[in-house]
Design a protein around this ligand. Sequence first.
Ligand code: SF4
Length: 124
Amino acid sequence: MPGTAREGRAQESLPYLVRRRVEEDSSVMTITRLPSVHDCSATGCSYNHDAGCHAGAITIGGDHAQCGTFVQISFRAGLERTGVVGACHRTDCSHNDHLECAASAVQVGGRAGDPADCLTYAPA
Ligand code: SF4
């Protein structure tokens, strides 16, 4: 039985990301090589457990390089592994490469009044 349109998009996006990384780098890369969220002090986020990010993948963007995945819901969310940076819209960051983060890992936390900004953001 065919899945929903949303499921279809999710199934398409992951292989695309892996395929793109393989094309850009002749070595074999997998999604596990995406930069991890080393730590996150946004303890009010539903994906945050013990100051760690457990979202599957986060997206950074906006005026303050904020975490677009930050959410406050009444239940604990996420996976039993550390989240990674799936995408970043801050092309002015020195770590940004074609809307993806090339840093080895990032830190997320409060800055300038926002509860969850990318603290590794470094304007080029
Ligand atoms: S370090 Fe730069 S490129 Fe990486 S997630 Fe943060 S703002 Fe985006």
